[in-house]
Design a protein around this ligand. Structure first.
Ligand code: B12
Length: 314
């Protein structure tokens, strides 16, 4: 059965959040009648409740706001975080870095959401503020004890922010291609592989991230079960180590006859011994990964999932 939260966001039986036209209109600062007209002329996709009321999936509302370049007057109506202006110093050069150093997880998330709603995609956010902030964090203490704690906290807050952004995406289309990815044996880095997963999800792929320090046997198992079209490997150690390199070569050899692409990235990618292979691509950024993935999958734009059922407006 459906539930209603604070009389605004309604959940379908599968937990997907929905909004009424009035709430989205209030959030954007337009009239409800304009909103209903956009639904009726198909610019904004809505479902109907059993009682005939229009309901807009949250991810569709987010897509619409980005596509139409609306500024949200009231993001809180959509359940989105609001920027706490007091927590960002005036003229801050790198607001995301500032939020990380202040351990302000809500502020960090609000900043990324704001940039995302203004039209910046996941890949550009990862290559831009996320990469830059962590690079800066890495320069601050050069891994003394305090530095390690700060790096771990900064990584954790960045992961929370990315996870939140991901929750604003529509589910992968039924016919989406699968991508599987990992960081190789001995590589402890969480964020790069997670960022690849998020970027591919935004590009309409079904992503399966195995995370850091993943042995080939585990990667192989998931590949056999899910037959991916693309396998990414995020190799962040400048010297990835013998095992990581041997396993990467084995994997590329196994995948060569299957038509599955291997996309390598990170500072250790060139040292994995796969330069010049036909089925292997070495890329330097998330923007390149996104471009490659979109090109491969054509223009498969994720359609909003139809609602199983939503509660009629009271
Ligand atoms: C967080 C961090 C850690 C954390 C990791 C926490 C975790 N579990 O994830 C911890 C504390 C564990 C750590 C440990 C170490 N670290 Co460290 N770490 C960092 C830091 C600050 C951030 C890395 C990060 O997550 N960045 C965010 C991601 C999103 O960005 P990115 O890695 O730059 O990747 C971008 C691109 O390369 C590309 N990309 C990356 N992978 C992929 C994959 C694909 C498929 C694609 C398409 C693109 C792509 O897209 C990303 C976004 O633009 C960096 C600083 C820096 N300059 O990178 C240092 C840094 C990488 N670490 C460094 C070092 C030296 C170490 C240690 C060796 C320290 C030590 N003496 O113990 C150890 C190594 C651990 C090991 N097991 O060997 C050095 C590396 C120097 C070098 N040239 O090799 C750096 C650069 C810090 C510095 N300035 O000196 N580290």
């Amino acid at each position: 059965m459906s539930t209603v939260e604070s009389n605004r966001i309604v959940q379908s039986s599968d937990g997907a959040p929905f909004l009424s036209p009035k709430d989205l209109a209030d959030a954007i600062g337009v009239s409800e009648s304009s909103l209903k007209r956009w639904v009726d002329d198909g610019r904004l996709i809505a479902v109907r409740t059993a009682g005939g009321h229009r309901r807009i999936p949250l991810h569709e509302a987010v897509r619409f706001v980005r596509a139409q370049r609306f500024t949200l007057a009231h993001p809180e109506i959509l359940g989105l975080p609001t920027s706490d202006a007091r927590s960002i110093s005036p003229g801050a050069q790198e607001p995301f870095l500032e939020q990380l150093l202040a351990e302000n997880a809500i502020g960090a998330r609000a900043y990324l959401v704001q940039r995302y709603l203004s039209g910046v995609g996941f890949a550009a956010l990862c290559d831009g503020p996320i990469h830059a902030a962590l690079e800066h964090v890495g320069e601050l203490w050069k891994h003394d004890e305090k530095g390690i704690a700060v790096e771990h906290r900064a990584t954790d807050i960045a992961i929370q922010s990315l996870g939140y952004l991901r929750s604003l995406l529509p589910p992968a289309p039924e016919d989406a291609w699968t991508a599987v990815g990992y960081a190789p044996s001995g590589d402890p880095y969480l964020l790069p592989s997670l960022a690849c997963a998020a970027v591919l999800a935004e590009a309409g792929w079904r992503d399966k991230n195995l995370g850091p320090d993943t042995p080939l046997a585990a990667v192989r198992e998931v590949i056999q079960a899910s037959r991916p079209k693309l396998v990414w490997c995020a190799s962040s150690l400048e010297q990835p180590g013998e095992i990581a390199a041997r396993e990467a070569v084995e994997l590329a050899n196994e995948l060569a006859p299957t038509g599955t692409y291997v996309v390598l990235g990170g500072r250790g990618a060139p040292a994995l011994g796969l330069v010049g292979r036909d089925n292997v691509l070495i890329v330097g950024s998330m923007v390149e990964l996104a471009a490659f993935a979109r090109g491969l999958a054509g223009s498969r734009v994720a359609a909003p999932k139809p609602a199983a059922s939503v509660e009629p407006a009271g």
